[in-house]
Design a protein. Sequence first.
Lengths: 280, 164
Amino acid sequence: MIPSAFEYEVAENPQHAIELLNNFGDEAKILAGGHSLLPLMKLRFAAPTALVDIGRIRDLSYVRDGGDHMAIGAGTVYEDVHNNNDLVRQCPIVAHTAGEVGDPQVRHRGTIGGSVAHGDPASDLPTVLLALDATMVVQSAEGERTIPAGDFFKGIFETALGPQNLLTEIRVPKVPDHGWSYQKFHHRAQDWATVGVAAVVQRSNGSIGGARIALTSMGETPLRAGAVEQALAGGADPAEASQQADEGTNPVSDPLGSSEYRKEMAKVFTRRALEEALSR
Amino acid sequence: MANKTISVTVNGGSKTSEVEPRRLLVHWIREALGLTGTHVGCDTSSCGACTVLLDGTPVKSCTMFAVQADGRRVTTVEGLQQDGKLHPIQEGFKEEHGLQCGFCTPGMMLMGAALLEENPDPSEDDVRWAISGNLCRCTGYQNIVKSVQWAAKRAASEQPGAHA
Ligand SMILES: Cc1cc2nc3c(=O)[nH]c(=O)nc-3n(C[C@H](O)[C@H](O)[C@H](O)COP(=O)(O)OP(=O)(O)OC[C@H]3O[C@@H](n4cnc5c(N)ncnc54)[C@H](O)[C@@H]3O)c2cc1C
Ligand code: FES
Ligand code: FES
C-alpha cells in the first residue's frame, strides 16, 4: 500500500515546525512517530499534501522535573517514557501505561504527543492523562497556551489543537503517594484495549479518600467515570461504585467486543482498577 | 513533489539514493537495495515481518518512510552474519528448528538479536514479551523461544574468559 504523494521537510526546532506548517497551509500535517499517521496514509484515509517531520527535534524528547509536576516532551517515545526512573517514582501510572501500548516496535517509534494529538478514543495514554488532570502545552504562531486534559479531547480524532498548532509538552502532577492502576483489557499482548480503566486514588485509612477514574474505548473520547467517582465520595465501596462505570458511556461495537459487552467489562475492570489502586 | 536525497548506513555500508518522500523504508530496502530478507507480511503494522534495526532498535520498516532513516544506521537480517560467520541467533534458529516456512524468521531473528544486546540471559517470558509484536503462523512460537535462548547460551560461551 502506497500513500499519496506529499512534500516533506524536517523541522529543526519547534519554531521551525510552526513556520513550515504555516508555509505549507491547512493540508499539511505534523509527522512524529508516524504510527497512527502512516497506517492511515497507506489506506488513504489521510492524504496530507505536506508532512513536517518533528521526529528529529531533540528539544521535544525529554522528561523533566517541573517542581509540582513532571514535564514530558511531546516527542518522547513510549519506550523512553516507560523507562524513565523519575516518572516511575513521581507518576508511576504514566510510565507503566507507556509500556502497555502496542508492541516493542510501536513503543520505539510512537510518541506520547502523537497519541494525545491523534485523539483516538482507543488510545491508552490519553485516558491516563485525563484521570491525572494533566495539562497540554501548545505552541502556535500566536504563542504558547496550556489546555487541561478535561478540555482537550473533543471527539473521535478531534482535539483542541488547531491545524498549525504544535503540542510541545505534557505536564503530569506528581502523585508518588497516590494509589494507581491502569487496567488494559485486551485479547492478545499487543492488542488495543477492548476496554481500559485508569484509576488514581487518595487513600485514607485503607479506604478511598478521593478518586479520579477514566475509561478507554467507551465513547468518542476518553471519558471520566463521574458516577463512580461520586458514588465513592458518597461512601460506596469499590464493588458497589463500579456498577455505575457504564453511566454516560457510548462504546462502539466492533470485532473486539459489542457495545453491551464493553459496558459490562467497564464495570468489572473499574472494580479491579480500584482494588489494585488501593493495594499499592 | 520534490524528491529527497538520503544517506543511510545499511549493514555497515553507506547507501545514498534519491527517493520520493512517500517511499516506505521497506520498499527502499527491498527494491532499491535488493535486500529481500526484509519481508512484507501484513503491510498494516501488525505482523513484524518487516522488522529492521534502526540505530540498533527494532522498528517496523513498513511503518516508516525511507526519508525518516536519513543519516541513521539500519541493520537488516542480511547484516546479522559477520565475516562469513553466522550470528549466534542464526545458529540458534538452525539448531532448535526455530522456523518452518521462514517468512517471519528475519523479524524474529532481529528481535532476538536486539533482546540479547540488552539482556544476555533472557527468561522464556522475556523472549515472549520481546517477540510480542511478531506473528508466526507456523511454529507455535515454542521453538522460536528455544532458539533465542540457545543463542544466549552460545553467545555467553563465546565471551572471552567464559567457561564453556
Ligand atoms: C500495530 C500498532 C499497535 C498500536 N497499539 C496501540 C495501543 O495498544 N494503544 C495505544 O494507545 N496506541 C496504539 N497504537 C498507536 C500508537 O500509540 C501511535 O504511535 C500513537 O497513537 C501516535 O503517535 P505517533 O508519534 O506515532 O504520531 P503520528 O502518527 O506521527 O501522528 C499522529 C497524529 O498526531 C499529529 N501529531 C503528532 N505529534 C504532534 C504534535 N507534537 N503536535 C501536534 N500534532 C501532532 C499528527 O499530525 C497526526 O495527525 C498502535 C499503533 C500501531 C501501529
Ligand atoms: S509488514 Fe510491517 S508489520 Fe507486517
Ligand atoms: S515460520 Fe512460517 S510464519 Fe513463522
